[in-house]
Design a binder for this molecule. Structure first.
Ligand SMILES: Nc1ncnc2c1ncn2[C@@H]1O[C@H](COP(=O)(O)OP(=O)(O)OP(=O)(O)O)[C@@H](O)[C@H]1O
Ligand SMILES: [Mg+2]
Length: 344
């Protein structure tokens, strides 16, 4: 399969700030390729360079074999773009927005009619086309923008945060519509997101980007495999207290995550332990029955576990593993959690 996007050492600096730092990757024709990263990671800056809107400071990128700096017009003729910021005219109807866009591509009246009807079918917008975008939900407005991205038979569609601010139903609808559009048109899709589930559900391959750099790149399943098969996350109660259990008295004074990390080395079924500022993540052999075993082990060693949760790895764990920080859906923000140590 041919590489339709080729990126080599792409870098963008704004003064002293390095927004995108020597990133390299290839995207195959027909892939849905996702950039997953928190606010300010450099996702939009990367998309802007690939869509010829920003000039790279160094490095190169090609779309369909054309250089994004030297062959800008060729690149533009092959791509559709949906920007992070809303870019449709809310004083026009959905159909008028699509029609205006089609005219910019010099489509004939017949072509416009046919193409508008096609993208409205794909994005399930029939019945909404004659309402001013002012009076439709954000989700519908966004769907018209995505429809517009697919209008001019692009080889690659770039979607910058396609579902930001959506509720889960609207988000799932759009995921399915993007998939269908991609399958029907054979289009390659590159999207950015800071939603874990979006990258997981929609993307064939995912790049994890943090602080301007790529930290991992693979299929969602392979990325998860790299973190482990069974994970247990837990929190230790570090408040000093004395408690009684089965006629034994325990004090957890001076017990903290660091002590627990040392102690847990005794358990050979813990393959890896990682400590974050307020939690510990364990990768364990066969998850079955490990939680009660762990609680007993903690008790025997004088630790109090305040919360514990067993789960299969998600891209959230992958992000935590590679960056030491957690991506949070809520408010699109990031809660910095410094990774302090690792054993095994
Ligand atoms: N035109 C600009 N001038 C100066 N700094 C910029 C400019 N555009 C972006 N930046 C900075 O570059 C960094 C990356 O920004 P970018 O918008 O690419 O991040 P992002 O991953 O898209 O974030 P978000 O999830 O918030 O959309 C940020 O620190 C941002 O403040
Ligand atoms: Mg952005």
């Amino acid at each position: 399969m041919e590489d339709i996007i080729e990126v080599d050492g792409l870098t963008k600096k704004f003064g002293d700030l390095v927004a995108v730092d020597h990133i390299s990757f290839m995207v195959k024709k027909g892939e849905i390729f996702g950039f997953l990263g928190p606010n300010g990671a450099g996702k939009s800056t990367c998309i802007k360079m690939l869509t010829t809107l920003l000039r790279p400071t160094s490095g190169s990128a090609k779309i369909c074999g054309y250089d994004v700096v030297k062959e800008r017009d060729h690149v533009r003729s092959y791509i559709g773009v949906v920007f992070q910021d809303r870019s449709s005219d809310r004083f026009l109807t959905g159909r008028q927005n699509l029609d205006f866009h089609a005219r910019m591509y010099s489509m004939s009246k017949e072509e416009r009619k046919e193409k508008i009807s096609e993208v409205m079918d794909l994005l399930e917008l029939n019945g909404k086309e004659n309402i001013r975008l002012n009076n439709v939900s954000e989700g519908i407005r966004r769907r018209f923008e995505v429809a517009r991205g697919f209008m001019a038979d692009p080889k690659v569609v770039f979607l910058d945060e396609p579902t930001i601010g959506f509720d889960i139903k609207a988000r799932m609808d759009l995921w399915n519509q993007i998939r269908r559009a991609k399958e029907k048109e054979g289009t390659t899709v590159m999207l950015t997101t800071h939603y874990i589930e979006e990258a997981d559900y929609l993307c064939d391959r995912v790049v994890i980007i943090d602080q301007a750099k790529i930290v991992a790149i693979d299929t969602p399943d392979k990325l998860k495999e790299a973190v482990g098969t069974n994970l247990i996350s837990l929190q230790i109660d570090c408040e000093p207290k004395v408690r009684k259990l089965e006629n034994r008295r325990f004090s957890n004074a001076n017990r903290n995550n660091g002590d627990f990390m040392e102690t847990i080395k005794k358990l050979d079924w813990v393959k890896r332990a990682e400590e974050y500022s307020n939690s510990i993540l364990l990768n364990v052999e066969s998850g079955d029955g490990r939680v009660p075993e762990l609680i007993d082990f903690a008790d025997e060693n004088g630790f109090i576990i305040s919360s514990i949760d067993e789960h299969k790895p998600s891209l959230e764990d992958v992000f935590l593993h590679f960056t030491g920080r957690a991506i949070r859906d809520v408010e699109g923000g990031v809660k910095g959690m410094k990774k302090k140590g690792e054993i095994k």
